[in-house]
Design a protein around this ligand. Sequence first.
Ligand SMILES: CC1=C(CCC(=O)O)c2cc3nc(cc4[nH]c(cc5[nH]c(cc1n2)c(C)c5CCC(=O)O)c(CCC(=O)O)c4C)C(CCC(=O)O)=C3C
Ligand SMILES: [Fe+2]
Length: 390
Amino acid sequence: MSADTSPSAPYDALVLLSFGGPEGPDDVVPFLENVTRGRGIPRERLVEVGEHYFAFGGRSPINDQNKALLAALRAELASRGLGELPVVWGNRNWDPYLTDVLRETHDAGARRVLVLTTSAYASYSGCRQYREDVAASLIALADEGRELRADKVRHYFNAPGFLDANTDAVLAALEELDDDVRAGAHLVFTTHSIPTAMAEAAGPGGGAYEAQHEAVRAEVVRRVAERTGVEHPSALVYCSRSGPPTQPWLEPDVNDHLEAIRAAGGPAAVVAPIGFISDHMEVKYDLDTEAAETAEGLSLPMARAATAGVHAAFVTSLVDLVVERAAAERAAAEGGEPPQRAAVGPLGPSHDVCPVGCCRNLRTPDKPAACGADWVDPPVSAAAGTGSGA
Ligand SMILES: CC1=C(CCC(=O)O)c2cc3nc(cc4[nH]c(cc5[nH]c(cc1n2)c(C)c5CCC(=O)O)c(CCC(=O)O)c4C)C(CCC(=O)O)=C3C
Ligand SMILES: [Fe+2]
């Protein structure tokens, strides 16, 4: 084992884990059923969201975006002499499903994999639910006699390249505005709304979802001011609320906030979707369609900043995190120096292994979650009848 000194050791593969999305009209309803199984989303909301997908030909852009990220990660690894590390892609809600991808990866010889999710922040939806997906897959594979270990790359909201990408995007969006409104433009940092109960339970001490987004907002505003000499007014706001109206979700909604900007005499807005790493349906519909219509109705000039996507600095940071985690695992196993852990801003680098109870979903009973302190390798086989209950 010590003969293997590749910077990616001890990992045999990198797994890009994402949400998944429909590829055509026939996929939309089964996809939405996958997403919402047991999650108590009102039927009207499902019909409405289905229409968003149908309006885009029944096809989410998210899969192509993940393929582009996959290619960019492979290219960056290759450029560092790490082209031997297989990079595979699997989803929670649509083909290619995680379990199938991990089975193929195991059959190709992998025994330890590192998971990189397409969510940069803490929360049940953005972190623990992906860990549950990994656990369910590991348990299913263990039942087939395939033993696999998985770790997860730490949260990357404060990775230098994620901040570089989002800063560049805001600067570019400001450039799109007319000269006479640019300096007064409000920066509207947008992310997915989640139930307030989920936000309160996010991260080891709670509140991490909002705190992490707030740190990104503050850092991007600071960097933009450094570059332009203007400290733009800014706010963190939310899109894509679902769930019953009686359930409190994070506010304000982006559309309400655009109205508030107009009411306060703001001349323009830059909408920066820092909560997402690519221009998937929430961005294309909720921001580029719905929020853009709101802004137009208010005669408020609006420019939408790009998501991180495959921005070179972002991809570099993701690969840095892969190399960092591999080094940390080798150091822990062999007693070497732990790696440097790059992180911008006051929150510092987040944990590698989620503590017990991190990002719990208070609405439903806990499911087994991998990549956390309460997960034991190898997984208990459900078929062995020893009570994993998965
Ligand atoms: C925090 C967060 C992220 C960011 C982190 C991450 O990226 O993982 C995210 C991403 C995404 N969410 C997506 C799609 C959907 N999310 C839904 C529902 C929900 N999302 C929630 C939260 C989040 N979601 C929550 C609390 C719900 C309520 C139900 C529940 O408690 O689970 C629904 C059901 C209908 C509706 O109610 O909207 C859909 C269709 C897509 C795919 C887009 C595409 O196809 O391009 C992506 C990337
Ligand atoms: Fe969602």
